[in-house]
Ligand binder design. Structure first.
Ligand code: NAD
Length: 292
């Protein structure tokens, strides 16, 4: 086995294990007459968003979750979108509502996220669920941070008291990741962003480093402690000289690899776990359906 394969955290494999574990839970829910159902709303023509929604729907179907996609044109009005969310909130057959981001420029995402019933907020992005996360009291967890934590736990079973650093403070990834590491993983957490002074100094003391900046190659060996576990959330599509496209992460992978205990690749690391966590959240919502 090469040094590289020994150190790689295989997100595809972890996602497969998670999805397999959902199958008996879905069967049990279906046996009580509930079909776990995920509504996905996509507004506009963003090609990446179409690929993501198609993949989420296909993977739902593969394990027995019913996907209900809603494709709306790019010029959809705020009123139409609010009405659709309201209809889905009131529909007892729908357990999770996914609003694919980004929305077209004329629609500010926050009011629409807030319009989703927190009990159907499969992405864990409403203020209610984010507030629960901030005080460490349950709720539905945002999918990407939830998936990252699972990848970290696949390498370090006991994270109590470790120093974790998160690069990025977005509502979608960085901020909830930091909260999750603080409360669910019992780490001490440093959060680094684009205004941080000497960010590499904070990061190179971290046992666990999660990077979600969207800046390819940002993380060089100077940012990384020897023996750290590194989770690269960043995804940037670049065009190669021959015109073909490829995805790269935020970590200068080849330079950092010799230092780390374990690291996620891009692609094949965090991405598959994000989708698997979405499916897990859908199952959790279907399981709790009718309980509250
Ligand atoms: P964002 O643009 O909303 O936030 C980026 C964050 O990085 C900001 O908080 C910013 O302060 C910080 N940052 C930017 N430049 C920095 C620098 N030089 N040093 C330190 N911090 C810096 O992005 P986001 O939505 O949080 O996504 C981040 C990345 O993760 C993107 O590449 C995105 O495509 C990717 N992503 C991947 C998945 C997945 O499933 N793999 C899911 C969501 C996002």
């Amino acid at each position: 086995m090469t040094q590289k394969s020994q150190k790689l955290i295989d997100g595809l494999q972890e996602a497969r294990l998670l999805k397999d574990s959902l199958i008996p839970r879905i069967k049990a829910v279906r046996e009580r007459g509930v079909v776990p159902t995920l509504a996905a709303i996509l507004v506009g023509d963003n090609p990446s968003s179409h690929v993501y929604v198609a993949s989420k729907c296909r993977q739902s179907q593969e394990i027995g979750i019913k996907p209900v996609p809603h494709f709306l044109p790019a010029d959809t009005s705020a009123q139409t979108l609010f009405e659709l969310i309201k209809k889905l909130n009131e529909d007892p057959r729908i357990h999770g509502i996914l609003l694919q981001l980004p929305l077209p420029a004329h629609l500010d995402a926050r009011p629409f996220i807030e319009a989703i019933d927190p009990r159907k907020d499969v992405d864990g992005l409403t203020l209610t669920n984010m507030g629960r996360l901030a005080v460490g009291s349950g709720g539905i967890l945002p999918c990407t941070p939830k998936g990252c934590l699972r990848l970290i736990k696949s390498v370090i079973a006991n994270t109590t008291g470790l120093h974790a650093a998160v690069v990025g403070r977005s509502h979608l990834v960085g901020n909830p990741m930091a909260q999750l590491l603080l409360h669910a993983a019992d780490c001490s957490v440093s959060v680094v962003h684009h205004l941080s002074r000497a960010p590499e100094r904070l990061c190179r003391h971290a046992d666990v480093l999660v990077v979600a900046a969207g800046v390819p190659g940002l993380i060089t060996p100077q940012w990384v402690k020897e023996g750290a576990v590194v989770i690269d959330v960043g995804i940037t599509q670049i065009e190669k000289e021959d015109g073909s496209k490829m995805l790269i992460g935020d970590v200068a992978f080849d330079e950092v690899l010799p230092l780390v205990r374990a690291i996620t690749p891009v692609p094949g690391g965090v991405g598959p776990m994000t989708v698997a966590s979405l499916l897990e959240n859908t199952v959790e919502l279907a399981e709790s359906y009718g309980m509250s």
